[in-house]
Structures are given as structure tokens and as C-alpha cells.
Design a protein around this ligand. Structure first.
Ligand code: HEM
Length: 465
């Protein structure tokens, strides 16, 4: 539930101090080059040199980084009218569509987000669990006794199937997947740094993006129409949005429905895919935790593969591994807001026009909050330690009123995939050590990520033959 809005502080901020400034940087462009070359390095340096509130110059504006639980809370609790995600994520507006999510007024966006809740309730989670388990089983049906996958591609494809089934519905999954993949690809390729300068510049990537967005709108309208005629009632996000109403009783337009679906796909697909890959990679690099997770899964499913919502929810070791993969490798490594008015945060002056940010990556490496933060240690979430329980410390899913709405769905989906895979197969890393790929807005493991698989029991059978 979103916390109550704190009152904005549009006081006479002129007498306040500006946050400490990071040393170095060039005249006019400041730290832009360093940010583009090594974003995480620059964010970490800002924290190391300036402390919980630090400032550097980026593309001619001041960027203020808040680090540490109290600082995160101070930022997340500011009202949208003061620190705006919509203004910060403007480049997403042509992708989702005008009037949808970040392209809508804050109050309207809040209503639209609220409409997603019925799709994320436990009764729906049961349906999604079945879908994710089935899609995973079908995807590995032809694996045979042993072989190799490129994990980036494999998990990208698998979560595309699971997300399109759960979010978009069976028509997209069965009839339109190929075309949808193409449209989605063009939308994704339309998110480039030029968008920060102007989201509608006349460049080829934006023209393709706009064509794809228009086509997607038509595809959704077709399916909505077909569903209405057939009387079929789905258990997916599409149906939830078709049934939803604004507080004045009006329904979402087809344009709004398609925009909300794209927003959910963008928020949930790539983030889940890279986290699934990291969870498996980290486990393969940490045999003790891999053993614990595998034992937990096989104790439950070795004899009967009934991946029920309830049984999956009880997989504590597996959940710890997913959370830890997310802590060390948060796919969204920087969360942004744009200051729409002067205000005071933690005693410092934030000026209208500043960028304001928290970085889950920097936050999760803070030794004052997480013990030995660079170590993969899922036990940190267990009894007595519970390092994620301190408010606003663990921020892989953000915090406050814009906290991720799909967090429970994401964790459940990744646990389900892990359970199906580790119940049937043993895995090992086959290539070079895996590094982070710092290209793009969502950070993931750098391909190629070669992983070998062997059917459970096949190793023992071979040795005894
Ligand atoms: C591992 C997977 C995921 C991660 C790491 C993740 C992370 C995040 C983060 C950090 C935010 C906050 C952004 C900000 O404050 O600027 C967010 C927001 C959001 N996420 Fe997720 N997410 C994941 C999966 C999903 C899924 C599966 C869905 C939908 C089914 C989803 C839907 C959303 C939505 C709708 C918002 C915007 C909420 C708002 O602004 O009110 N996410 N996510």
C-alpha cells in the first residue's frame, strides 16, 4: 500500500545549502562523460565521496543521488507534484502512449495503476503459476538427456512466453506471438538516449517505434473486439483492463489498454528474464546454496510435479536465492525523479529542474546495511538476520507509492521456473566467468552465458554403467 503523502516543502529554500558536489568534472558538461562510460562507478564514487546526499552535473543539469535507507525514504515519500517520475521517464511516453502511465497526469496514472491490482491477487497468481510451469515444461520438452543453452537467449524467450500468456492473454500467445515479438522489438529499440533530449526527434528508431506502437494498438483492439463478440472471459491482465473503470465510471479506451499492457510487459519481461538468469548463474557459482535449493525443490517435486501456488510459496531457500540475485544484480540500477519545484530534502536544497535519483546498485553494496555486501549470501534473509526488513534498505523493487506492483508475481514466476528446471536437470557453467552487461537501461548478465544441462539421475546412471 502506498504511504501517505508527506507535505511538500516549497519553502524559501534559497537559504538552504546545496548537496555536496562531486569533485572533478569538466566545465559545462560536468560528469556526463564519466556517467556514460561507467554509470555505476560514478554513482558509487558520488556516495563514497559525498555521503548519503551527493550531486554531480549531467547533460547540463544537476543530478542529486540519495543513498541509505533514510535518504531513500525521504525521496520516495515526496509527492509526485514535487518529485515527478512522469517528467523523469518522459522518453517512455511514446512507447506506452500519450495519456497512459507516465504520459498521464499523476492522479490519472494512479487510477490506471490501481486497475492492475485485481490481476495481481492470489487467485490470479494460482493461474499464472500453472501457466509458467506449463510453459517451462513445454520449452524444455525436447532437451533430451544433456545439452547446452545460451542462458540470456533461453530465459529471454521463456519469459516472453510466460509474460505474453499471463499479461496479454492466450490470443497473443497462440496467434500473434511472432508479430507481437517484432512489434515489441521495435518498441524496445526505440528507447535510446536521444529520447532524453526529445522523445519525438525525427530519427529512424523513433519512426519504427511509432509505427510499432500504432500497430500494437490495432492488434489489441482486434483482440478486445473478438473477445467481446465471443463472450470469452480471460484470467489475464488484458481482461482485467477490459473490465476496469475510472472513478467516474468510464472505461479504458483501446489505446489505453494497449499502453497499459505494453507498460506491464516493459516493466516485467526483461527484468524477470535477467533475474532468472542471474539466480541460476549465482547458484551455479555457489555450490552450498545450490545444494540447499536443489534439495528443497526435489524434496517437494521429485515424485510429483504439481507446481501449485501454495507449494511454491513455501520454497524459502529458493526465494532467498532469487532475492539475493536481485540484491546483487538489481536490473533497474537507477530510479529517477525530476524536481518540478524547489524543495528541501534532508536539510538540503533541491531546485526545480534538478534530477533526483536513488540507485539500488549502490544501496545494496552499503556495508552499513548489508553484511559483506559483495558476497552472495541468501541466508541474510533468514531468521535472526532479516537484512531486508529494515524499511527502504532493500530497494530492488523501489519503494513508496511507485514501488513495483509486480514484485510478488516476478518472484513467484522465477521460483516456478527454477523449480521446474532444477527438479529435472543438473546444470553447470560451461563458458568464461559471467560479467554484467552495462549496455541498456535494464542490466543483465553479458552474453554468451553458456550453461550445460544433464537430466537428473543421468550422471549417476552413466557412472554406474
Ligand atoms: C524482477 C522483476 C522486476 C523488477 C526488478 C522490478 C523493479 C521495479 C522498480 C525498481 C520499480 C520502481 C520504479 C521507480 O520507482 O522509478 C518498478 C515499478 C513498477 N513495476 Fe516492476 N519490477 C519487476 C517486475 C515487474 C512485473 C512482472 C510487473 C508487472 C506484472 C511490474 C510492474 C511494475 C509497475 C506497473 C511499476 C510502476 C508502479 C508505479 O509507478 O506506480 N514489475 N518495478
Amino acid at each position: 500500500m502506498a504511504p501517505a503523502q508527506t507535505t511538500a516543502t516549497p519553502l524559501a529554500t534559497r537559504s538552504l545549502e546545496r548537496p555536496p558536489k562531486l569533485k572533478g568534472g569538466l566545465p559545462l558538461i560536468g560528469h556526463t562523460m564519466a556517467f556514460v562510460k561507467d554509470t555505476i562507478g560514478l554513482l558509487q564514487k558520488t556516495y563514497d565521496e559525498c555521503g548519503r546526499v551527493g550531486r554531480f552535473k549531467l547533460f547540463g543539469k544537476d543530478m542529486i543521488l540519495f543513498t541509505g535507507p533514510e535518504a531513500h525514504e525521504a525521496l520516495f515519500r515526496q509527492p509526485d507534484e514535487v518529485l515527478s517520475p512522469n517528467a523523469a521517464y518522459k522518453m517512455m511516453v511514446p512507447v506506452f502512449g500519450e495519456g497512459v502511465a507516465y504520459g498521464a497526469e499523476p492522479a490519472k496514472m494512479a487510477e490506471q495503476m490501481h486497475m492492475l491490482y485485481p490481476a495481481l491477487r492470489n487467485n490470479r497468481m494460482r493461474t499464472y503459476t500453472e501457466i509458467v510451469a506449463r510453459e517451462t515444461q513445454e520449452t524444455i520438452a525436447d532437451w533430451g538427456d544433456e545439452g547446452e543453452i545460451e542462458a540470456g537467449e533461453f530465459f529471454g524467450m521463456l519469459t516472453n512466453y510466460t509474460s505474453s500468456s499471463c499479461l496479454l492473454g492466450r490470443e497473443f500467445r497462440n496467434e500473434m506471438n511472432e508479430e507481437f515479438s517484432k512489434v515489441y522489438y521495435d518498441l524496445e529499440r526505440g528507447i535510446v538516449a536521444w529520447g532524453y533530449i526529445h522523445p519525438y526527434l525525427p530519427i529512424p528508431a523513433f519512426r519504427r517505434r511509432d509505427r510499432a506502437r500504432a500497430r500494437l494498438g490495432d492488434m489489441v483492439a482486434e483482440i478486445v473486439e473478438k473477445r467481446k463478440r465471443s463472450g470469452y472471459h480471460g484470467e489475464d491482465f488484458l481482461q482485467t483492463l477490459m473490465d476496469a473503470e475510472y472513478s467516474d465510471g468510464s472505461k479504458l479506451s483501446d489505446h489505453e489498454i494497449s499502453g497499459m499492457l505494453v507498460a506491464a510487459m516493459f516493466a516485467g519481461h526483461h527484468t524477470s528474464s535477467v533475474t532468472t538468469a542471474w539466480t541460476l548463474i549465482e547458484l551455479l557459482q555457489h555450490p552450498r546454496f545450490l545444494g540447499e535449493v536443489r534439495n528443497e525443490i526435489r524434496a517437494r517435486y521429485a515424485d510429483a510435479e504439481d507446481y501449485s501456488f501454495e507449494s511454491l510459496r513455501d520454497l524459502e531457500k529458493t526465494e532467498g536465492a532469487v532475492k539475493e540475485a536481485l540484491r546483487i544484480h538489481p536490473p533497474l540500477f537507477i530510479l529517477l525523479r525530476a524536481a518540478l519545484e524547489d524543495c528541501e530534502i534532508l536539510g538540503y536544497q533541491v531546485k526545480k529542474g534538478d534530477w533526483v535519483a536513488v540507485s539500488p546498485m549502490v544501496a545494496h553494496r552499503d556495508p552499513d546495511v548489508f553484511e559483506n555486501p559483495l558476497e552472495f549470501d541468501p541466508d541474510r534473509y533468514g531468521p535472526r538476520r532479516e537484512e531486508d526488513k529494515r524499511p527502504f534498505a532493500y530497494i530492488a523493487f523501489g519503494g513508496g507509492r511507485h514501488k513495483c506492483m509486480g514484485n510478488a508475481f516476478a518472484i513467484l514466476q522465477i521460483k516456478t521456473i527454477m523449480a521446474v528446471l532444477l527438479n529435472r536437470y543438473d546444470f553447470e557453467l560451461a563458458g568464461d566467468p559471467v560479467e554484467t552487461d552495462f549496455q541498456g537501461l535494464v542490466l543483465g548478465p553479458k552474453p554468451p552465458i553458456r550453461i550445460r544441462y544433464r537430466r537428473r539421475g543421468a550422471t549417476d546412471a552413466r557412472l554406474s554403467a
